[in-house]
Design a protein around this ligand. Structure first.
Ligand code: UTP
Length: 407
């Protein structure tokens, strides 16, 4: 793209100010800005007012596989899972492209040390949990790690220094997720430098399209990977590719398995798995009507009772049918670093604009069938979002200790 073309592209959407400092840039800076203009999808800016999920369909309950059934079928589920893992049909994908702004550390979230008497890093906990399955099945599961351009170098350097916490390096593949532009509340793009428009990772649903863009879907095909377990970096207790979950999903012959926990209270602030117009979906707690909150299933249990914990086992052959433009775009108020009118960098302390995200949970609705699989919250759900309080370093430490992890 030439400078003239880049200018025309931006002036057509009223964003010519991104070239304000163009004349003072080095040749390299000029080329970088033009490349960014060429590669960035600015169509998100036109969707600020639309928001996500405004037109929801008709909700109905979706039964989960509950603990008693899992216990009764333990051997059968376990054997089916071990078989799929041993046959190399299962991979894992760590979502580590987020900015972790609530935690407030400048480093990638996985580098956060939650230890008390010794260093215990978030990445270390996650890898240790996956290593349990590697040891049990005697199989090195392919591990994809999604970073973003904001944290890629730091993540790779850290894990390399730590020798990947014992994981086999040649079984790990890193890739960067795509970025989306960020703007102020009036839709005007922020600049994060004189030669760079502010961007942020395009949301955790970006994993599939970013993986395809990096050419990595070829690994899935070449290695015969039929299932991929997508999980968040911040749940330090979660089990990944654990045989019973894999086995239950494979045997149920569904498009996706979703780990869920029983809600602590009818109005708990978690996304609840259900059906929407007959397809699996997640209804946010604030979208639950009084009637849905009180609805009961055949056993007299609450019908909308299982919250998702961002651990999904996707059937890879169905991913190509999940397309970005069918999924809602979430417009989120965030703190966006920028340069002011004098070119000086500003790090805001409160939200100053919008970023644009697509979320993994919206991928579920693109698929035809889902098995919600119950796990015990105290054993598998210790998310770290904040330094203190709910879903924090503090609460996760307590849960880790209860599960016998030394900190
Ligand atoms: P969160 O929704 O908690 O977002 O991510 P975050 O960016 O980590 O944290 P805050 O909201 O700024 O405090 C849930 C999971 O999705 C990943 C995160 O790394 C985490 O594992 N994620 C999120 C991505 O990989 N990419 C994204 O664009 C957003």
């Amino acid at each position: 793209m030439t400078y003239e073309e880049a200018r025309a592209k931006m002036s057509a959407i009223g964003q010519e100010h991104v070239f304000k400092y163009y004349d003072e840039l080095s040749a390299e800076g000029k080329a970088a800005l033009i490349k960014q203009v060429e590669e960035t999808d600015f169509s998100v800016l036109g969707k600020i007012d639309k928001g996500a999920g405004s037109d929801r369909g008709k909700f109905s309950p979706l039964a989960a596989m509950q603990l008693p059934e899992i216990e009764a079928r333990k051997q059968e589920l376990h054997d089916a899972g071990v078989k799929a893992i041993k046959e190399g049909k299962t991979a894992a994908l760590l979502l580590a492209g987020g900015m972790g702004t609530r935690l407030g550390s400048d480093n990638p979230k996985g580098m956060y040390d939650i230890g008390l008497t010794k260093p215990v890093y978030i990445f270390e906990r996650i890898i240790s949990n996956l290593l349990d399955v590697v040891k049990e099945t005697d199989t090195w599961i392919r591990l994809f790690i999604m970073t973003s351009e904001k944290n890629h170098e730091a993540t790779v350097k850290f894990l390399r220094e730590k020798n990947f916490f014992g994981y086999k390096e040649d079984r790990i593949v890193f890739f960067k997720q795509d970025m989306a532009p960020a703007c102020d509340f009036n839709g005007k793009l922020y600049m994060e430098g004189k030669d760079r428009i502010s961007t942020s990772p395009n949301g955790n649903a970006g994993w599939y399209s970013s993986m395809v863009r990096a050419g990595l879907d070829k690994i899935l095909t070449d290695e015969g990977i039929e299932w991929i377990d997508i999980f968040a970096v911040d749940n330090v207790l979660q089990r990944i590719c654990d045989p019973c979950f894999v086995g239950a999903t494979v045997l149920a012959n569904v498009s996706v398995g979703a780990k869920v926990v029983r809600k602590a209270a009818p109005d708990e602030a978690v996304g609840v798995i259900c059906l929407e117009d007959g397809r699996p979906s997640i209804v946010e707690y604030y979208e639950l009507s009084e009637e849905m909150m009180n609805a009961k299933d055949a056993n007299g249990e609450p019908a909308y009772n299982y919250g998702v914990i961002l651990n999904y086992l996707f059937r890879t052959s169905e991913l190509a049918g999940v397309t970005d433009d069918r999924m809602p775009l979430h417009v989120v108020k965030k703190k966006i670093p920028y340069i002011d009118e004098n070119g000086a960098p500003v790090k805001p302390t409160s939200p100053n604009g919008f970023k644009f995200e697509q979320l993994v949970l919206d991928m579920i609705h693109q698929l035809s069938t889902c098995l919600p699989y119950e796990v015990i919250r105290e054993h598998e759900f210790a998310p770290i979002k904040n330094p203190t309080g709910i879903d924090s370093v503090e609460s996760a430490r307590e849960l880790l200790k209860k599960n016998g992890v030394e900190l």
